[in-house]
Design a protein around this ligand. Sequence first.
Ligand SMILES: Cc1cc2nc3c(=O)[nH]c(=O)nc-3n(C[C@H](O)[C@H](O)[C@H](O)COP(=O)(O)O)c2cc1C
Length: 147
Amino acid sequence: MEFTESEFLIETVVPEDELIISRTDLSGKITYANETFCEISGYTQEELIGQPHNIVRHPDMPQEAFADLWQTIQNKKQWIGIVKNMRKDKGFYWIKAIVSGVYKNGELVEYKSLRTPISYEEKLETQRLYDTMRAKNGEKIRRVIYE
Ligand SMILES: Cc1cc2nc3c(=O)[nH]c(=O)nc-3n(C[C@H](O)[C@H](O)[C@H](O)COP(=O)(O)O)c2cc1C
């Protein structure tokens, strides 16, 4: 499938009263996605289950954010962060994610993520921050930053 630049610019706004939930195995492959996750991301459950969670990764996300996420959850701590994700149709949506371990008899067996909407101001602020992080680390960015 090919997409024009403008399709990257279409935002799906996450409703206030919805929770986007997914779980992964310890390697980051999706083991569960709720209905809201499917609706917002534009994928069916069948398309998501078994896929690496970077299936929804947006090119604007800095690598550093995910390195921090993995380091945090592998140390059995909770990671809270703002994430811009890419839909199947290449549009995007912003969320705040709380990612942590799922334990069975005290043993870490999976990871889970619960996501809620963020404000317009938080989106703008985080886009700027992530653009700066990407530029600093030599990753591709789609606009010029004057600083
Ligand atoms: C429970 C859980 C949920 C995740 N949710 C997302 C997500 O919504 N979007 C995303 O881009 N990466 C998410 N990740 C991180 C991905 O596994 C992956 O590290 C990230 O997309 C970066 O991709 P890369 O490792 O191929 O660079 C999640 C990881 C876990 C363990």
